[in-house]
Ligand binder design. Structure first.
Ligand code: BEZ
Length: 395
């Protein structure tokens, strides 16, 4: 039964203690809903990512009585269209217009950075970033009221560097969308690659976001004949990219590697064209922990589809929310105590054990994975408890 397994799961998770916390401005028994803004992509190339984050988050909160600190929850949804130009307006609508207590967003690095401009002027609202990896979010632009439950782009790229170097690949081509996420993942990959004895990239290839016309770059790769390719694409474009790569390139000669987003949520649609691809990621559907097995089963029952890393990030965002709100007994005005509870979080969940770094970004394992029979199989831990350096964060 879903309810039973979820109760077991929740009981197994460490609780935040509210020792010493005394609600002041908040009348005990207040039943006004806690307002949670969801600023996510519900259309476009990242639509499925936004949907799965939403399903993971709501499933987590339903499993916790669908209340935050004893109060009901009101969701306010905005489709951010993965459009950075609309980021400030959309976040303002939620934070100032709808006066949400929490804003959960978003997927696209550029949109997340726009959101932080609004959060800097709204210190009482708290932002939980359930995906976007923009390094600056938890480095130079870090804020006390902004937390990330996913990863930094640096973490995802860096973890693949030693893997490709240790496999003896020397001439490596990088290929990604030309915006912050792709740029930062490639730069971090090259840092990790060089640190592990690899050299300069044979060539760096770029595609404009959110385009999915890959023939010109694939023709270039075929001409360059590198030892390997490192790539980042995600969402519906990853499906097309993996099929196009398989059709255009002999993968036994030029193997494809990437950040795990390449093979997240797309394997059923891609089929054989994804077999054998090696990635690194902070989760895999095949992790054997009881937390992950329960999560996978519950998500399938509740959402009617196979979970992916985006669903996990939504779930863990829910975990952070209900723990912090339990700690303050539902007092959304107790901003400092909410922040403290989130900073102290150590979560045992589907991805394993992770905790918040000083700069509000998860410290977590990055797994080495290989696609086999339509699943990301775990081959080991590529980098254990990897922490983003947090350079420039002054909090
Ligand atoms: C980003 O823009 O940060 C991002 C988008 C999709 C997957 C991973 C990262």
């Amino acid at each position: 039964m879903i309810a039973t397994s979820r109760r077991r799961f929740l009981a197994g998770a460490a609780a935040v203690t509210a020792a010493g916390f005394v609600p002041t401005r908040f009348a005990i028994g207040n039943q006004a809903p806690v307002k949670v803004g969801l600023m996510l992509p519900y259309t476009g190339v990242y639509a499925q990512l936004g949907e799965n984050i939403t399903s993971g988050l709501t499933m987590s909160l339903v499993g916790h009585g669908n209340r935050l600190g004893g109060r009901p929850i009101e969701y306010v949804k905005v489709d951010d269209e993965s459009n950075p130009a609309k980021g400030v307006d959309n976040a303002t609508k939620l934070v100032k217009g709808k006066e949400v207590d929490f804003v959960v967003g978003t997927v696209h690095s550029g949109v997340a950075m726009a959101m932080t401009k609004v959060m800097a002027k709204s210190p009482k609202a708290i932002m939980l970033c359930p995906n976007a990896g923009a390094n600056a979010l938890t480095r130079e632009a870090c804020l006390p009221n902004v937390f990330r439950t996913s990863f930094s782009n640096w973490q995802t790229g860096y973890s693949m560097g030693p893997v490709i170097a240790q496999r003896g690949h020397k001439r490596v081509v990088t290929l990604t969308w030309n915006y912050a996420a792709g740029q930062e993942m490639v730069s971090a990959f090259l840092d990790g690659f060089k640190a592990a004895g690899g050299g300069e990239p044979a060539e760096q290839l770029w595609v404009d976001f959110p385009d999915s016309e890959f023939q010109p770059v694939l023709t270039r790769i075929a001409a360059l004949k590198p030892d390997a390719v490192f790539a980042f694409f995600s969402g519906s474009a990853a499906v097309k990219f993996l099929k196009d790569y398989d059709a255009a390139i002999d993968r036994t000669q030029i193997p494809l590697y990437g950040t795990g987003f390449l093979t997240e949520g797309v394997l059923a649609a891609v089929g054989k064209a994804a077999e054998g691809i090696v990635t690194t990621m902070h989760w895999a559907e095949t992790l054997k922990s009881s937390e992950n097995i329960l999560f996978m089963g519950d998500f399938r029952k509740v959402a009617g589809r196979v979970a992916d890393v985006f669903a996990v990030q939504g779930w863990d965002t829910g975990t952070l929310l209900y723990r912090a709100m339990d700690a303050v007994k539902g007092d959304t005005g107790a901003t400092q105590a909410i922040i403290k509870a989130m900073e102290d979080a150590e979560v045992t969940g589907p991805r394993g054990v992770w905790r918040m770094s000083r700069n509000h970004n998860p410290i977590q394992d990055f797994y080495l994975r290989r696609v086999e029979k339509g699943q990301n199989l775990v081959e080991g831990v590529a980098v254990a408890q990897l922490e983003d350096p947090g350079t420039g964060c002054k909090m």
